[in-house]
Structures are given as C-alpha cells and as structure tokens.
Design a protein around this ligand. Sequence first.
Ligand code: GRF
Length: 219
Amino acid sequence: MRSVPLVLGVLASGRGSNLQAILDAIEAGRCPARVAVVVSDRKDALALDRARRAGASAVHLDPKAYPDRVAFDEAVAEVLDQYATELVCLAGYMRVLTIEFVRRFPGRILNVHPALLPAFPGLHAQRQALEHGVKVTGATVHFVDDGVDTGPIVLQSAVPVRDDDTEETLAARILVEEHRLYPEAIRLYAEGRLRIEGRRVSGRGEGPGRPGDPGREAT
Ligand code: GRF
C-alpha cells in the first residue's frame, strides 16, 4: 500500500460530475489519491469551479492559442508534469488526444465512457445505444491508447435500457454507474493492483469490494 496519495491530473471540458465523484471519494477515504490539477479546454467549464472549491488548481488552456493539436496537447502535458501528475484522468474531456500525448503517459491515462465498450464508442453513446435497440448498455472505465475509446478495459457495469428511456433518462442512470466505477478504478490503480497484459487488465477482483458488486462481475 502506498504511503502517499496518488497524484491525479484531471482533464475535463464540461460540468465535471465525474470529477466531483472522484473528489468526493477521496474526501470520504475511498480513493487514496489527490487531485492536484484540473485542466480544461473550456474557460466556462463547471469542472474548473469544482476543482477550485476542492482546493485543486484549475487551469484553462485555450486551444485557439496554439498552432495545432500537438502543440496544445504539449502545453497540457507540461501543466500535468508541473504538478507531478502520476495518473491522468479524462472526465468528460471532449478532445481526442494526440498520439504524442498518449505516448508521453504510457499506461497512465484513464477514461470513463457511457457505454459497454467496444459497443458505441465516440460521441452520443447513449443515443447510439437507443438507436441500435440494445436492451443493456452501461459504463466503462478504460486505459487510453492511440484509438478513440479502444484501450484496455478496467471496470464495466451494466445498465438495463427501458422501453420508455430517452437519451436523458438513460444517461442519468449510466452516470450513477460512472460515478461509482471511476473512483474504484483509480483506487485499484493507486493500490498497484492493475496489470495490463495485451488487451486484458487483471487485478480488479482482489480489493475489498462488495460481493455482488456489478462493477466486479460485468466483464
Ligand atoms: C460522461 O457521461 C462521460 O462518460 C462522458 O462525458 C460525460 C461527462 O460528464 N465522456 P461529466 O462532465 O463528468 O459530468
């Protein structure tokens, strides 16, 4: 077990409810980590307010101020390095990372996605699930690789689709699972339990989780 909390750098573009779930889990002693900095590509992101309120640094970087995506991502990486970030957490970050950025943090970037990957990657995952007519969708926390939502899967949780679901009602029920899974995945990472072997991530079963916890059963 680590004696010092894992240093997190969170990238977020919007309301930051996943960031808040991480902050709350840390506060409650359920996640041995510390959010050092939140970086956003949007000045008005609620996530930045949440960071400030929790005593973390909040940094806005304007993509328009950089010549290209590589230069912007380089600036983001420099901020993360300034804060000695050990794990980068994407939490509603609406930009696709450059390969250069991903390679700078190998096996050190997590993302949360509102579907059971590899189904429905990319934008509007809940709408994709409704349009496809699946009966079950869910939430996924995964490592980030060079693709969009393609990296090795850490935790998943299933959410049934109801006949009367709208994109909003489905998104709300999936979000509950996202908020539960993300801090749990960070805890597993912080405790050094996760091993990536090819596409498979092992180690999630060894923690003090509740039996019957769907996050532990859905694979
Ligand atoms: C979440 O549904 C997340 O899975 C997706 O974007 C949404 C962000 O929500 N990538 P929030 O900003 O964390 O509230």
